[in-house]
Design a protein around this ligand. Sequence first.
Ligand code: FAD
Length: 374
Amino acid sequence: MNYPVVIIGGGLAGLISGIELARGGIRVLLIERKSYPYHKVCGEYVSNEVLPYLKSLGLDPAALGAARISNFRFTSPKGSVLDTKLDLGGFGVSRYILDQALYRLALKAGVDFRLNTTVTKVDWLEEHFEINTADGGTYTSEIAIGAYGKRARLDRQLGRGFMEKESPYVGIKYHIRGDFPRNVIALHNFKNGYCGMSAIEDDKQCLCYLTERTNLRQAGSIPEMERNILSKNPHLEAIFSNAEFLYAKPEVINEISFAPKNCIENHLLMVGDSAGLITPLCGNGMAMAIRAGNMVAHEVKLYFQQHRSRSELEGTYRKSWQREFASRLLVGRAVQKVFGREVLSELALGFFRLAPPLLNVVIKGTHGKLMRLE
Ligand SMILES: Cc1cc2nc3c(=O)[nH]c(=O)nc-3n(C[C@H](O)[C@H](O)[C@H](O)COP(=O)(O)OP(=O)(O)OC[C@H]3O[C@@H](n4cnc5c(N)ncnc54)[C@H](O)[C@@H]3O)c2cc1C
């Protein structure tokens, strides 16, 4: 089947670009490996930079039960605490609910979906793309958008350099209940990792941590690692001992790479994590994916409406992407070198205690301004 646009992956970046393109009158097919709703490893804290934009699309997070988050708590591996108010703040809502709500908006806008379908191969055949799926399907399109997240087999097929390197990180997520404030996002540091916790809908909290695989290897299992390594931070010890854990097993992902990537690969326009994953402690990857979905749809609409050339489309998309995201990714990588290190994060906490406004300067360096509405 032929479409003007095929989107590969239906997370935040893919769903937003699908909604925008379909509302712009462009026929679009979105191919997603899973079916909605489903859980995803993610801290589920969304920066307010995209709140007015989401509302303008017809999605009000408050109506989904999202928690409003205005304060930040930072703890060191030994348990020292720094509290500050967030300039912009954010909201907490599970990906289970958020992605499902966007999926409904996309259906309503007229996006065609192939769910439970994995894309295995994308080829650029000079004039168009040929896209193959695991169930034997073949689709062709003039434009293809890669919105398939952090890392997929497709990256290997596309010969992307970062796939050659093993990534040392593992991500683990739970939903929990307990007596925790609903307006605070906490970042609890531990040896070789950090754990975010913030409120989501239904009086639940999302607890999500990133750690180096060496911790898991050393401890032997996730529960042992949580008991013997994470719980050395007394705040995490209290959470793991007292909270009600709502999953039988955590959601786990491996091979999380923060290496630089290209935002265009063999003419495939990459968005969200496929173009570059910001380190999770910035709490901003979701807002970036939403912004990028909007950005790529804007450029593709101009390509069709103004009969632009492919090189013009790619040139303006690359420029906009670099302007919006390149420096945030750099700051995010630098910040991650400090946090999750026992001594360095203790020193950083002491430093920011002496000069609290500087913490907000660092946070600003990883965040964008409020998204402008068109
Ligand atoms: C541990 C951790 C914690 C995080 N915490 C936060 C946080 O608190 N706040 C925040 O803003 N960001 C956070 N992030 C980052 C955030 O999760 C991502 O930046 C965001 O999900 C990116 O959205 P996306 O649409 O690019 O990718 P995704 O949401 O990952 O969507 C990609 C989609 O593509 C599909 N797919 C993959 N391969 C294929 C294929 N071959 N064919 C078809 N479909 C495919 C997948 O099923 C998926 O639905 C965190 C990340 C990690 C690792």
